[in-house]
Design a protein around this ligand. Sequence first.
Ligand SMILES: Cc1ncc(COP(=O)(O)O)c(C=O)c1O
Length: 374
Amino acid sequence: MSTLRSNQTIPISSAELDDSDLQAVIEVVKSGRLALGAHGQAFEKAMAAYCGVKHAIAVNSGTAALHLIVRALGLKAGDEVLVPSFTFAASVNALLYEGVTPVFVECEAETYNLDVKDLERKITPRTKAIMVVDVFGHPADWDGIQAVAKAHGLKIIDDCCEALGAEYKGKKLGGFGDAGAFAFYPNKQMTTGEGGIIVTNDDEVARLCRSMANQGRGDMGAWLVHERLGFNYRLDEMSSALGTSQLRRLDSFLQKREAVAQSYNRRIKDLSWVSAPKVLPGMRMSWFVYVVTLAEGMDRDKVMMAMEANGVPARGYFSPVHTQPYIKEMMGDLSGTLPVTEAIAQRTLALPFHNNLTDAEVDRVITALEAAVR
Ligand SMILES: Cc1ncc(COP(=O)(O)O)c(C=O)c1O
């Protein structure tokens, strides 16, 4: 990875996999037990301990984790849930699957997390919950969000899919809401291939999620007794074993990502037309992506294309959910309703980012960015 020649494309993201990961998966395959086994249980136990929560339920994607949480909290058609638009579509889709109405909330201009003032403004008698997103791995304003939720009797879902290992005032994310969802797609801080996990301190939410992930079966029931509507959202044994193996090295992954982010910060600090991601005091960012913000008036998409032509991929990240074509079809034209989100989303640029990006590669990325801007 570190020996890329200058004409080779730098990957936008890359999982760190080693022989211990390979061995963990091989052991499962050799055992012949590929589903519903001890590796799933071990992964859940290790993740619950890592996040400092009572329960963890492994599932086959972050989206599945969010969907089950929405159902377990009893959210249904007619309910409104406050959700940022500056997020990945899955945060919103988990609500739409259940006919819940997403009410889009602005992001604040520093960390791009939920704007708590706008959150409170958008509460109506139908509001039942808040879908919080810890954007790019930066913890949301948890004190503010919890105060609003308490004052208005709202449930909290934490879409912490991008923030495994992040800390808010010294405490790991996962247990700040009624339940949280992490995701393990290969661009994440650690991977299981596809995969996700629900974390919660609520016994009932855990019981319901576990049952729904496994076709609605009960704890003790017979294989063909389905107590409730369920899904097949189970995580297989190979993925679980890979997850446990990756989790053992997660802290080193996070340290390496922090070092890469610092390397980027140093390289761009004197450039007047681009700003580095902001990390607020008291927060431990778990670097998912490295997203810079271009100065107002710059043509981000043109910059992106010029970088791409130079073998350096970059992504406009996020594209606000409230302006997506399918939302327009379902909810009408909402463009112009979230000016801060819309303005920020036109200026944000995700640069190549993974554990083992070297200083030389960081330099090559920023050199390509400078050339593109020129
Ligand atoms: C904020 C957020 N929510 C949800 C998801 C969905 O996770 P998955 O792709 O595992 O379904 C992602 C994945 O990128 C995400 O970034």
